[in-house]
Every structure is written in structure tokens, then in C-alpha cells.
Write a protein that binds this ligand. Sequence first.
Ligand code: SF4
Length: 461
Amino acid sequence: MNMKLLKHTTAEVTERHALVANPAKTCQPVGAMYAALGVHGCLPHSHGSQGCCSYHRTVLTRHYKEPVMAATSSFTEGSSVFGGQANLLQAIETIFTTYNPQMIAVHTTCLSETIGDDIPQIIGKATAEGKIPAGKHVIHANTPSYVGSHVIGFANMTKALVHYLAKNTGAPNGKVNLIPGWVEPSDMRELKRLAAVMGVKTITFPDTSDVVDTPMTGRFDLYPSGGTPIAELKDSGNSLGTLAFGPIASGPAAKLLDTQCKVPCQLLGLPIGLRGTDRFIDALRKLAGVCVPEAVTADRGRVVDMMADMHQYFWKKKVALVGDPDQMVALTEFLVDLDMIPVHIVTGTPGKKFVNRIAEVTSSLGRPINVKEAGDMLTLHQWIKNEPVDLILGNTYVKYIARDEDIPFLRHGFPILDRVGHGQFPTVGYQGALRLMEQILGLLMDRQDRDAAPEKFELAM
Ligand code: SF4
């Protein structure tokens, strides 16, 4: 990305099929690695070249500001020609001997997918040769990066957790499975907190809280205290039901729990904003047979209060958004509830359902909007040139467009490489809705103050 190149971005939008410029996604294994980190004692393993693993770790480390541990099959020219079986068998033996994880979560890469390595067969061979110690696990997900995106990789690994581990033993546990989707560790913590306040016992997976947001203790733990225990993953097959947040990231795992273990599932949107959180609280209430405590109702009331108090500042402000599909749908719905106008919406993840869902949540606007799946940021930039906006939401890479067009910019999504806070403060739930409104208002007010004529420069809002 180069500011000079951006200066040459034209307003003329040309339909492109064979060229992506400044993609709005990253590769599948990044998501698989993030999902695997959400299991306690799990070491993610990248079956491919060292360069792939290095990239996946780097982008996660930069976003979470925590060291991300993972192993690699370290493909060389020989593995590229003859396949990676020998490397993976050796890796499994070395990892259990040297690093002693509870589980190895193998994800494939472009190279091993192109070769056609049969990972279940290799895991079977490792088992037969006694390379997997008793009580330990090796699971896998296919994550070819020439299709899908990091979100699909996350979904594939989350589904693999169910496929390999979840069992219905016929002993109901009275718990509710929460599959949070690709959200921040702060979001996962907030979902668990809300469920606990409601008095509902949950199994949350994957759960990266206390894994990629660990406190400084002066001691390095290769396997931090967080992450879903493997025993809970096995027990998820005995739960009352599953609430899956984000049909793209969490849907496949939830549906498999239903068919594999007969645990009924509900596919909800991410609990972002007022209506998104209402749906979560209501579904949890009904599933667990509990009442909504006063503390949660009061939190909701504070969201409604801020929405009403600040409505004049949100009203009719135009917004451009780019990011992951589940996030985009939930955020768009919230912006519409705030009486803002999301006019340009792009996701890099392919999927026609995304376009339909955006059409549904924006139908009340009564005006056409630009929406694209498998899109890129060049398209978004060109749309903005044709119809300017008051605010842009997106990951760190959007900062170039925001600067070029001089538009307030809210960092949201993955990756965020140049700020902190995303991993510490939730954007889900009622608390998250307050934070999102506070962030949006801050940006709009700063712009208002910057541009105000001296006689209009107000002390109070
Ligand atoms: S080669 Fe494929 S798996 Fe490896 S970093 Fe590139 S896109 Fe990702």
C-alpha cells in the first residue's frame, strides 16, 4: 500500500474479475490458528512451509500484541515433490516429546493442499505408530487459502473441534454451548460474563480470552491459563443447545453438533448493538429457562438512553464499512438503528448470502446502497469518491483511504496493527454497544470541532 498509488485512485468503477487490489481479507490458516489458540493446551500446527507459519503468527501477534506460538511442518523442496507425510509424522513426535501440548491442531496451507496430503491418513499412521501419547489428541482442518478467507479457516477449525472431540454420552450437563465466532478475547469474556450474570452455565468455544490477552506475570507460559478445556469440548455434545454467533464463522460447527450429537442449535447474528444483543439475551433466557436479571435490563436501558440522547449527532451520517461478513451484518444493523446510513459495505470473504443479509438489514433505509462480497478496498475507495461519507469503519489498512479522503476512521475488525484497545474492551453486548457509540461520537465530535467556525465552536454538546 502506498499513499502515492492511492492518490491515483479514480472515481470510475470498472468491473474486475481477475484482479483484487488491496484485499479485504487474509488467508484461511490465520483463522484456523486463531481458533486453535482458543483451546487450552493446544499447539496450532501449520502443515506447509516455514514462511506460511511465520506470516500467520506475525499477523496474529501484531494484532493481539502477544507472542503467538505455533509449529510448522517446515516443507522443503523434497516435501513439495514427495508430499509432507514424513515431515508431519516427525513433527507430531517432536512436538509431543519437546513441547508436551494436550492437543495439536493441524491446518493445511496452499502448498500441502495442492500436493493433496491426506491429513486424516497421516494422523491415523501417527496413531498406529504410537506417536500420539495416550490421552492426547491430533485434529485437523483443511484450509486451502486460494478459496475463502481467514473467517472460513476459523469456521473450519471450529467445526473440526466438534468433529474430533464432541460426544453425546447420554448424560445431559444442563449447559448451553456458546460459539462466539471470530471476535476479540474481550468479546468472548463479555459473552461469558453476561451468561454468568444470567445464571447460565456455558461451554464457550473457541475461547481466546486469557490466551492472547494474558496479564504480565513475569513468567512465560507456553500454554496460558485460558482456552476451552478439552474435557468441555467433549462434553459440548451433552449440552441443552447451542447458540452460534455469526452464521459464517460459527454456523458449520453448530450444525455439526446438531447432526453429530443431537444438540439443537440456533444461528444468531453477532450480539453487536441493541437488537443483536437483545436476540442473544432472549435466546439464552428461553434456552436455559431463566429470567433476565435487573442488572442486564439496566445495561440495556443505558444503551437506549445514549441512543436517544445522542440521536441528533448520529442522524443521517453516512458510513462506509469493510470487514468480515458476520461483523458487517451486525454493525450495519446497529448503524441503521442509530439512524445512520451505511452506504458502502464490502467484505473480502466470498458468499452471496452476505449480500442478501445486508439487503434485509438495510431495507428500511429506502435507498440503494453499494454492497459487495469477495470485494476489495479499491472498490470501497472508488465508491467513496463517488458518494463521500462521514465515517469509515474497518481494519488498519483503511487508514490510507481515510487519510487520502480526510474522513474520520474507526478501527474495527481484523487486523488492527497500529492501536490497542480492541483486545481489551468488548464491542459485543450492551457494554459493547455503549463503547461503539462512544467511539463513533468521539470521531464525529472531533471532526465537528475541527471544522467549526469560531462563532460555532461549542463548549458543550
Ligand atoms: S501460501 Fe497460502 S497458506 Fe501460505 S501464507 Fe500464502 S496464502 Fe497463506
